[in-house]
Ligand binder design. Structure first.
Ligand code: MG
Length: 386
């Protein structure tokens, strides 16, 4: 099978790891197309090494300077959201790996599915917002969607140990982030610098804040509901500070199958790229020659209200995924700019959800409208509070 890959968000943390894996695997794995939002210089360096046939910059940039540079490297240059969608639908692209952050990744995910490309999804927001539309569309077009999120890769792999009808529940692990054992008061007043210190994973700033509030886990609960067609009651979240067990599946006979590896995104990225095969990996292995322990504990739902918000959203569905995601994105921006405390983020999301009239079977346009509404509502709630 042809393995010509478009990497969306190639200059971010997941994108860079994906290129590491492609460099390690070699042909037939090829980065045929790349996209970045702002980091034009880093994108040009990637083009110089990987020789894609096309590249897109979605953000503001000096278009003519970049076009000239990339033209000399034999790479066609595209710009903006239209350029991103064109990149995804190119005939020379077989696989789309979407590592775009936030709701901005939604149109590209739909474009990939509509063009019949295999979709490797690191952009969990596509499913949080529009899983009810994206999954049936993929099934209808016989398009494979494979998870890159480490937890969902683990669930996907563990599910192969039995039949789908034999799955009782899934256990999603969470590192607990930097405030796993912090008091509610410490969490409420945490600074961006404190929240950006993640104990086990090295990631971009937005996802690190989402890890500190556990809104990342909240999104992953909803992501799992859509990816694996689960009832929210079948999902258990457990804190596992070592981030070695990436998630587990419990079957009806009581057996639990887990996937373990050191915390390195190259492992789930490579599995998604080589699936259904496995090839020699490029990240370190677990060292059993030294003693170590693995810990599991239930999450504190009072200090981390995001978890219960997610179960509510996963049960009621409709436009709520879009609303939860948009309100959180807005609140995280305000937190990162130092205008609100970390503890305020969950309160803003909960209040925005409370004020929303849920639409049960939304179209994509309805979801985008709910996203737009929630951004405005969340900003107004914050402006009232500060
Ligand atoms: Mg994850």
């Amino acid at each position: 099978m042809s393995k010509r890959i478009a990497i969306l968000g190639s200059t971010g943390s997941i994108g860079a790891s994906a290129l590491d894996v492609i460099r390690h695997l070699g042909p037939p794995y090829r980065a045929i197309a790349l996209s970045a939002h702002h980091q034009a210089d880093a994108l040009v360096e990637q083009v110089r090494e990987f020789h894609p046939s096309a590249a897109t910059i979605t953000g503001e940039c000096d278009r003519s300077a970049i076009s000239t540079q990339l033209h000399h490297l034999g790479c066609e240059t595209l710009f903006g959201q239209a350029g991103l969608l064109e990149l995804v639908q190119r005939d020379d692209v077989d696989i789309v790996l979407s590592a775009i952050i936030g709701a901005a990744g939604l149109p590209a995910a739909f474009a990939a599915v509509e063009a019949g490309k295999t979709l490797l999804l690191a952009n969990k927001e596509s499913l949080v917002i529009a899983g009810a539309l994206l999954m049936p569309e993929a099934r209808r077009r016989n398009v494979t969607i494979l998870p890159i999120d480490s937890e969902h890769s683990a669930i996907f792999q563990a599910m192969l140990a039995g039949r789908r009808s034999e799955v009782k529940r899934v256990i999603i692990t969470a590192s607990g982030g930097p405030f796993r054992s912090a008091s509610a008061a410490q969490i409420a007043t945490a600074t961006p610098a404190e929240a950006l210190k993640h104990p086990t994973w090295n990631m971009g700033s937005k996802i690190t804040i989402n890890s500190a509030t556990m809104f990342n886990k909240a999104a992953e609960i909803i992501e799992a509901v859509w990816l694996f067609d689960l009832d929210p009651s079948q999902i258990v979240v457990v804190i596992h500070k070592e981030s070695i067990v990436h998630s587990m599946v419990e079957f009806i006979d009581g057996s639990i199958i887990a996937q373990l590896s050191p915390p390195d995104m190259k492992t789930p990225i490579q599995y998604a790229l080589t699936y259904p095969d496995r090839l020699p990996g490029c990240s370190r292995c677990i060292d059993f020659s030294a003693m170590f322990a693995l810990h599991f504990e239930p999450p504190d739902l009072v200090r981390f209200p995001a978890i219960e918000i997610a179960y509510d959203v996963a049960r009621r569905k409709g436009t709520l995924g879009a609303v939860m995601n948009a309100a959180n994105e807005v609140a995280v921006e305000w937190f990162l700019s130092g205008k609100i405390g970390l503890g305020m983020i969950a309160r803003v999301v909960a209040a925005t959800i409370r004020d929303h009239s849920v639409q049960a079977a939304p179209t994509l346009a309805d979801l985008l409208e709910a996203d737009r509404w929630a951004r405005g509502r969340a900003a107004a709630i914050i402006a009232d509070a500060v």
